[in-house]
Design a protein around this ligand. Sequence first.
Ligand SMILES: NC(=O)c1ccc[n+]([C@@H]2O[C@H](COP(=O)([O-])OP(=O)(O)OC[C@H]3O[C@@H](n4cnc5c(N)ncnc54)[C@H](O)[C@@H]3O)[C@@H](O)[C@H]2O)c1
Length: 295
Amino acid sequence: MELAGKTAVIIGGGGGIGRGVSLGLAAAGMNVVVADLESGTAQSVADEVNAAGNRAFAATVDATDPASLDELARLVVRENGAVHVLVNLVGVITNRRLDKASEGEWAWFFEFNVMAHVRGNNAFLPHLRAHGEPAHIVNTSSMAGLLALGPAMVGGFNNGLYTTTKHALIGYCDMLRMELEPEGIGVSVLCPGLVAGNLSATSARNRPDRFGGPVANPREGMAPNSAAMPNERVGPIVARAIAENRFYIFTHRDPQQLVAERHAQVTADLAFLDAQSVGETGGAHRAFRSGRPPE
Ligand SMILES: NC(=O)c1ccc[n+]([C@@H]2O[C@H](COP(=O)([O-])OP(=O)(O)OC[C@H]3O[C@@H](n4cnc5c(N)ncnc54)[C@H](O)[C@@H]3O)[C@@H](O)[C@H]2O)c1
């Protein structure tokens, strides 16, 4: 789709990757609405876009609240006439073993890493449909949505809640893309590698009271990871992917080998089944493609 002159809403745009995406879509000629729970950070990103000679305004939204999302959608249409692109970046991370995670922590992760995206899309879909022009949704997963990186691979960090919910979001995006494709609405899933951002800090300070309230930032006092990609480099990648309607949006090539190894594991375990001569696998394979609903 042509981006110039169209409007994009970036939810979670007040920092990190959201800042990069806001700058990048604005540089591609879009009018950008930088929406965040934290109004100050949203405003400073909007100021940065405007200072670069592009167009943005800031808005406050709680991506876990359908009424707040509806209000944002109405505000954007009132101010800009229409909305063509929605980018959801909200997420949370914490260091917790799966066998130690409470019901409340599971609910917190599904709320932010899955339902905030579902709710944002539901609030904006009527407006993405209303103008009859091409439109696009980007939801944000992670390389952790495609890989399971155990503590040994990530400095002892227990990524289980994050990995589980980021995997769930990719399944949602894959199915949503198929549902919306006939209407000319594209769906992408952004799967960043390591990019400069503040996720540990924003997760800790914005945890709602219903999930236990704010906690101390586990990275307090730690220097930013110098290996992280500057977030402004993600913007042009996302702009190109939207324009070309790509499904996966990657920022790094280095996990490619790990993805290939994971898929090789799937292939090897399918071959393991074949090796047991269960007989009916050819028929089952045809059934997947038969067009019939699941039993
Ligand atoms: N930075 C990375 O290396 C990396 C890698 C892979 C995936 N991701 C994903 O990218 C997304 C953004 O990560 P980031 O590192 O830029 O984080 P970040 O914390 O810098 O940005 C997230 C933004 O979302 C906002 N936010 C939090 N709760 C909100 C709510 N209820 N409503 C509206 N806004 C809310 C925060 O205030 C913050 O500005 C996350 O989904 C994260 O999982 C990040």
